[in-house]
Ligand binder design. Structure first.
Ligand code: NAP
Ligand code: HSE
Length: 430
């Protein structure tokens, strides 16, 4: 492909992200050509409904009802997959594009978290690139930062808030003194939630993103099944306000870390210090923290979703391809990624426990005994004033393993003093 001929795109999916990409190509044609050294043009598009208003003209482009047919067209160089979905048309069309010798750009973290290994191997075997900057943390150029900017570092830890919807829900609950269900409905009305909201609030979408970053950071094969995932559905306004009272904020935090016990990847609600950069993160913003042996800590913050930010990330991959920059999907050949041993236990940490106890003599002593038997030492404890017979008790433990916390939680019902299901949230040192 000569560098003075246009780079021809076939765009499948004209929703939030796809329309955003068409708008940038239209608005910034000259800028893109200047930066890439050649024009970038959309040749053909596909979506479900041809007649739908996309907020940008599409009449000049060839139309394909079938994204697989689009992927195979002779007159495109790059197939841009912006439909979404783990399998179905997104995977079929991506495979078809690779088989037809096209480069592929996608924003589809759900597909890559499950099929990324095979798709990247297939692309690289055919001398093609498969790029996914928009798949992780929207407009934040974190894939580029890891694969290119920090290529000289041994990465020790990657962590961050990678789901804007969850961060919106958690911060809005606190600012509006609202319960989870109220803010969930608000997020729904604002159009923040994925078609299947459990992908967001169940931590799955963010875990998809984390597993992709872990592969780049540690050179390991994609293993989504190894991620420990817990959503935010059980977080209450009481948890948020009581955590704040102790100087913490609750975040759905992803951590990928290579430990002596293997690769630890978890996406769970955590308490982080209110004064830390992660603790200060408001609304739907994302933040990714990268730690390398030479660079130290790098913090990236920005919009994790939405038309402009996500299309901006898609364009970064497209411009790279137009320039002739060919970086492997996970920063090294996919076939050279090694199978990671998944850590069976998580690194010990302090935990926040919220309990509702029967207000009667000896109740607290019984709980303390259960914790002691599980090998858990109490650091701080607080009981709030209450009018009924249920006493809200907060405990912050010293560093302990999650196994010990689970053992204590399992033993608590036998004390017959615990009224509601206890909540245990890890306190992360960030
Ligand atoms: P969206 O608004 O729902 O758009 C999906 C598009 O795909 C629609 O244009 C739809 O056509 C088209 N489509 C669906 N099935 C199709 C099929 N079988 N054949 C042809 N076209 C089909 O989704 P989106 O928010 O733009 O997300 C697209 C991708 O980007 C997803 O992988 C998502 O996870 C990822 N992503 C999105 C964001 C974000 O902020 N939205 C951020 C990061 C990553 P119709 O319009 O005709 O129905
Ligand atoms: N549902 C995702 C979020 C969209 O809330 O962050 C971006 O991947």
């Amino acid at each position: 492909m000569s560098l003075d001929t246009p780079l021809r795109l076939g765009v499948a999916g004209l929703g939030t992200v796809g329309a955003g990409v068409l708008k940038i190509v239209r608005r910034h044609g000259d800028l893109l050509a200047a930066r890439a050294g050649r024009p970038v043009e959309v040749v053909a598009v596909s979506a479900r409904s041809r007649g739908k208003d996309r907020g940008v003209p599409i009449d000049a482009f060839a139309w394909e009802d079938d994204p697989v047919a689009l992927a195979r067209r002779d007159d495109i160089d790059v197939f841009v997959e912006l439909m979404g979905g783990t399998d179905g048309p997104a995977k079929a069309a991506t495979e078809a594009a690779i088989a037809a010798g096209k480069d592929v750009v996608t924003a589809n973290k759900a597909m890559l978290a499950i099929h990324g290994q095979a798709l990247a191997e297939a692309a690289e075997a055919g001398g093609r690139v498969l790029r996914f900057e928009a798949g992780v943390a929207g407009g934040i150029p974190v894939v580029k930062a890891l694969t290119e900017g920090l290529a000289g570092n041994e990465i020790s830890r990657v962590m961050g808030v990678m789901n804007g919807t969850c961060n919106y829900i958690l911060t809005r609950m606190e600012s509006g003194h609202l319960n989870y269900q109220e803010v969930f409905s608000e997020a729904e009305k604002l159009g923040y939630l994925e078609a299947d909201p459990t992908l967001d609030v169940g931590g799955i979408d963010a875990a998809h993103k984390l597993t992709l970053l872990a592969s780049i950071a540690f050179g390991t094969r994609i293993d989504f099944s190894a991620v420990v995932i817990e959503g935010i559905e059980r977080i209450t306004i009481e948890d948020i306000e009581q955590a704040a009272d102790m100087g913490y904020r609750i975040k759905l935090l992803g951590v990928a870390e290579m430990t002596g016990r293997g690769l630890e990847t978890r996406m769970t609600p955590c308490l982080v210090p209110m004064t830390s950069p992660l603790g200060q993160l408001e609304n739907a913003t994302n933040m990714v923290v990268l730690e390398g042996d030479a660079v130290g800590q790098v913090v990236l913050r920005g919009a994790g979703a939405g038309e402009g930010p996500t299309a901006s990330a898609v364009m970064s991959d497209i411009v790279d391809i137009a320039r002739g920059t060919r970086v492997a999907t996970f920063g090294r050949p996919a076939a050279a990624l090694v199978a990671a041993k998944a850590a069976r236990t998580t690194t010990p940490a302090p935990y926040y426990l919220r309990l509702e106890l029967k207000d009667r003599p000896g109740a607290l002593a019984k709980v303390a005994a259960v914790l002691g038997e599980a090998g858990i030492s109490i650091d701080r404890m607080r009981q709030y004033g209450h009018e009924d017979t249920a006493a809200p008790v907060l405990i912050v433990t010293h560093r302990t393993g999650r196994d010990a916390v689970d053992a204590a939680l399992a033993a608590l019902p036998a004390t017959a003093v615990v009224l509601a299901e206890p909540v245990a949230i890890r306190i992360e040192n960030v």
